[in-house]
Design a protein around this ligand. Structure first.
Ligand code: ATP
Ligand code: MG
Length: 409
């Protein structure tokens, strides 16, 4: 079977090649899961020489009816995106439940996990870079679209947190993995689905304007995850990474002229910390209000993939827990500007304070006690945001620039 993926791939929401020209999309691995269902890894090659590997769960036979799912027709049959076929989706869950190995693909179930094998599957409509299938109200299977070799932090950290019994994550139930070049390679993850949950960003920007009780609980949830990760995966002591931050600043300043006048003072703030020993541990790495869910019971942290643009080994490198705290602070800042009629700075300050109160009460360590370190991580994040906004949303550039100005005062 020779399926032409080239026409279908660029039309998918999760395709990362926009702006480049695709020269070929060829399967490098085709694993038959059933006689009408295949796990396919494709290499997309671009004319600029870059290559990306993508995953497609491919069904053949009767088209499941979803527009856009059809890949192509051949020999009188249709090849389609199998995740849109309820029966195929359920079969994937069954393979995980059975902890089956099919060729080079390992389906694994977490100890004690119960999978909702009879629940009706539906593909999530969330705007995302992977594809998730939700089973009833109980479980969510996220199939990674772009696959890379190496230990996947989302599986690794969720596994550690679930096994330690931490309540502030969507409990990991199972995974799909293979190997690539002698390394593990994550293909999918199934976790508990938080039914009736609201995304933190949505709640902070549209809910009751007094969000401080929630911010306090959120601070405690983040602290609980940090404490648990430190207990289970350990801590280390390293020198504050001045050079890494200066490099990021230099690259950003080349792209954003607005940063130019601020750069020497930002650099000085980093240099003031040079030689400082800081404690590092595994962290979330890309924490903001869009990565937390409020269930009727508690806050959950989701998506432990780290900053998507960075290579896997860098994303897994231990970092200061202050990195995550600073990420949340920057997110409160952004959220404040989405609330018409609210004094933005005062709203952000109140919620940052409540978050730190909650964090300190849970962990015994108040992030505000290391104010210079916290400010450095906030500056690092704001510089990254400035580069992002200048490129993608110039109307938003004033938000990180305003924060940089304030942080330097
Ligand atoms: P992105 O490209 O935006 O990072 P992603 O493919 O990595 O997306 P996630 O960020 O893990 O996917 O999840 C996308 C959305 O799905 C979340 O914003 C959230 O609304 C919802 N979601 C994720 N995990 C769960 C869960 N366990 N329970 C309920 N909803 C969830
Ligand atoms: Mg993600």
């Amino acid at each position: 079977m020779d399926i032409p993926f080239d026409a279908w791939l660029p039309r998918q929401r999760w395709y990362a090649g926009r702006g480049r020209t695709l020269s070929a999309a060829k399967p490098v691995l085709t694993v038959p899961l059933r006689d009408d269902l295949y796990l396919v890894l494709l290499d997309a090659t671009y004319i600029d020489g870059t290559v990306e590997r993508y995953q497609v769960i491919m069904g053949v036979g009767q088209h499941p009816g979803h527009a856009g799912a059809a890949i192509s027709s051949y020999d009188g049959r249709t090849a389609y995106d199998g995740l849109f076929d309820a029966d195929a989706a359920r079969y994937l869950l069954q393979l995980i439940d059975d902890a089956t190995t099919v060729g080079p693909v390992e389906f694994a179930k977490e100890p004690g996990a119960r999978l909702p094998l009879d629940a009706p599957p539906r593909v999530s409509t969330a705007e995302q870079s992977n594809t998730s299938v939700v089973f009833g109200r109980d479980a969510m299977l996220k199939v990674f679209r772009r696959v890379t070799a190496g230990v996947h932090p989302d599986i690794e950290l969720n596994r550690a947190l679930a096994r330690a019994g931490n309540e502030h994550v969507a409990r990991l139930l199972g995974s799909i993995e293979t190997r690539w070049g002698g390394e593990p390679c994550a293909l999918g993850v199934v976790s508990e689905f938080a039914a009736d949950s609201v995304e933190g960003w949505h709640m902070a920007t549209t809910g009751d304007s007094d969000f401080t009780d929630e911010s306090r609980l959120l601070g405690a949830a983040v602290a609980s995850v940090h404490t648990c990760l430190a207990d289970v995966l350990g801590t280390d002591s390293v020198q504050f990474p001045v050079d890494v931050m200066v490099d990021r600043l230099t690259t950003a300043t080349q792209a954003v002229p607005e940063l130019y006048d601020y750069a020497p003072r930002i650099k000085q703030r980093y240099r003031d910390l040079s030689g400082r020993q800081i404690t590092v541990q595994r962290v979330h790495g890309d924490l903001h209000l869009g990565q937390v869910l409020r269930t009727p019971q508690r806050w959950l942290l989701i998506d432990f993939e780290g900053e998507p643009g960075k290579p896997l080994p860098q994303r897994r490198r231990p970092d200061s827990a202050v990195r995550d705290v600073a990420g949340m602070m920057r997110s409160f800042d952004y959220a404040a500007y989405q609330r018409p009629g609210v004094a933005a700075q005062a709203w952000a300050d109140r919620n940052v304070a409540a978050f730190c109160d909650g964090y300190a009460a849970e962990s015994g360590a108040d992030p505000r006690d290391s104010a210079d370190l916290l400010a450095a991580y906030e500056l690092d994040k704001a510089v990254y945001e400035a580069a992002y906004e200048a490129r993608h949303r110039p109307d938003w550039l004033s938000i990180p620039m305003g924060s940089i100005d304030r942080l330097l005062r």
